[in-house]
Design a protein around this ligand. Structure first.
Ligand SMILES: NC(=O)c1ccc[n+]([C@@H]2O[C@H](COP(=O)([O-])OP(=O)(O)OC[C@H]3O[C@@H](n4cnc5c(N)ncnc54)[C@H](O)[C@@H]3O)[C@@H](O)[C@H]2O)c1
Length: 430
């Protein structure tokens, strides 16, 4: 008997394209609907479905999309700071939810999201694809196998100067989340893999901000290029320390780099020449061990995974594990990132920014699995988005009052580039 495929809808037609590609070709799911308020993206989605000899329903409004007949699940690839808000709506409507990064924008949302998942009994999966790159996934497997012993220190790095693609990813909108969030908030690409590799949760965080390039603000590239990189120093529950850094530092190609030191050796990726993984192991001999350098291969559903190349092949896994979780398969439970882990990965950035604004004083990371720890955060809306924060609004970055305001002409220029389909290729100050 042929099993009915899961009907999954994608909300957000830009990044959401990656999930659409997978759903159009996954044997156990189908792309049932797509929602975006920007109509050209809906046309693109329809075309993509037709190329795969399928049809997809399209919606401009989320509430209509949610009512699509028979929809089982929703993928959130909308604005990064609005996932909790829409995720809760979808859970309340009885849908399983997969969320792109970030899980939430505020501590209050973190609590609301967890409670919505608990109440609904539905699957929530966090699409932190950086945990499933060939090297980070292999580090997860080898750590679990005990190859380097127990973690003592680790580093995660996501350096991405988005200056050139600013027109394509902000459209020149001064209120786009990418123009209003401190990089601290976007912390899960760098920190997330350290959590999945080690299986440990964070308990305390200290935040520090790198030097700000003031000219970047005059160019309209404030938060994205040359803006203040955020650095989190995170204490894990076993006492190990992790440094997580992310932001628009100058480097091409961007850096995606991870290091884990353990009681018996270490594993590290390579900063330039990115495919290799290095694993050093001591097997009982003091300061003597073996070094392996190799390109890891996929080990979970490798044949299906190999069909999808974006983000180093990692994009396939969150959607696949989401489907496996809904279908109750052990693979989904083992590798899918649940709401508690998603929130832990996300709130270290929110709290690190507070630490940074408070001179680098360490901040405790609450464990929201524990219901008693939730109440203190129910009205904690502090963030950099005025409509969300209300009277708890935080500045754009530490020292924001010393920075030049982004001139409106800079946003106009970026908007023009977007409309002309061009990238930002030469610096212009206004
Ligand atoms: N994991 C990764 O590697 C990766 C890479 C890129 C982006 N992302 C994430 O994907 C998400 C989307 O990013 P993006 O790059 O596509 O840019 P984006 O945030 O600008 O795009 C969001 C899309 O959602 C649509 N949208 C937002 N709110 C809507 C609403 N209320 N109704 C209808 N449509 C709405 C917008 O029109 C837009 O097309 C973000 O959360 C981002 O963090 C992740």
């Amino acid at each position: 008997m042929q099993m009915n495929k899961l009907k999954i809808g994608v909300f957000g037609g830009s990044r959401g394209t990656s999930m659409m590609e997978i759903l159009l070709r996954h044997p156990e799911a189908e792309l049932a609907a797509v929602c975006d308020k920007y109509v050209p993206l809906l046309d693109k989605a329809k075309k993509k479905a037709e190329e795969n000899e399928q049809q997809v329903a399209v919606y401009e409004r989320f509430d209509d999309f949610l009512k699509h007949p028979g929809l089982d699940a929703v993928v959130l690839a909308n604005y990064a700071n609005e996932h909790a808000v829409y995720g809760i709506k979808a859970l309340e409507a009885g849908k399983h939810v997969m969320s792109e990064v970030l899980a939430c924008e505020t501590m209050a949302q973190a609590v609301q999201l967890i409670e919505a998942v608990e109440k609904s009994g539905k699957v929530y999966t966090y699409a932190e694809n950086y945990c499933y790159m060939d090297r980070t996934f292999e580090m997860w497997r080898r750590y679990e196998r005990g190859d380097i012993g127990e973690v003592t220190y680790g580093e995660g790095e996501y350096v991405h100067d988005c200056s050139s693609i600013t027109p394509q990813i902000t459209y020149g909108d001064p209120n786009h989340w990418r123009n209003r969030m401190h990089p601290f908030f976007y912390c899960t690409h760098s920190f997330g893999p350290l959590m999945t590799i080690t299986g440990l949760r964070p308990v305390e965080v200290t935040g520090i901000q790198a030097r700000i390039v003031k000219e970047a603000f005059k160019r309209g590239l404030g938060s994205l290029g040359g803006g203040p990189a955020g650095i989190e120093m995170v204490r894990l529950e076993n006492g190990a320390l992790v440094k997580s850094i992310h932001g628009g530092l100058k480097r091409e190609p961007g850096s995606i780099n991870y290091e884990v030191y353990g009681t018996n050796g270490c594993m590290e990726t390579q900063r330039y020449g990115q495919e290799n993984l290095n694993v050093y192991k001591e097997d009982g001999k003091v300061c003597h061990g073996s070094l392996e350098t190799y390109i890891p291969e996929k080990f979970v559903s490798p044949e299906m995974a190999a069909k999808f190349g974006s983000h180093g092949g990692s994009d396939f896994f969150p959607t696949h594990f989401f489907i496996q979780s809904i279908l109750g398969r052990p693979e989904g439970k083992k590798y899918g990132i649940d709401v508690y882990k998603a929130v832990d990965m996300t709130i270290i950035g929110i709290l690190a920014y507070r630490s940074c604004l408070n001179g680098g004083k360490p901040v405790k990371v609450p464990n929201f699995k524990n219901k008693a720890e939730r109440d203190a955060y129910r009205n904690d809306n502090a963030c950099t988005t005025p409509e969300v924060a209300g009277d708890q609004l935080l500045p754009l970055c530490a020292g924001a009052d010393q920075l030049p305001k982004v001139p409106p002409q800079a946003y106009e220029y970026i908007k023009q580039l977007f409309l002309e389909g061009k990238q930002y290729t030469e610096y212009k100050e206004f």
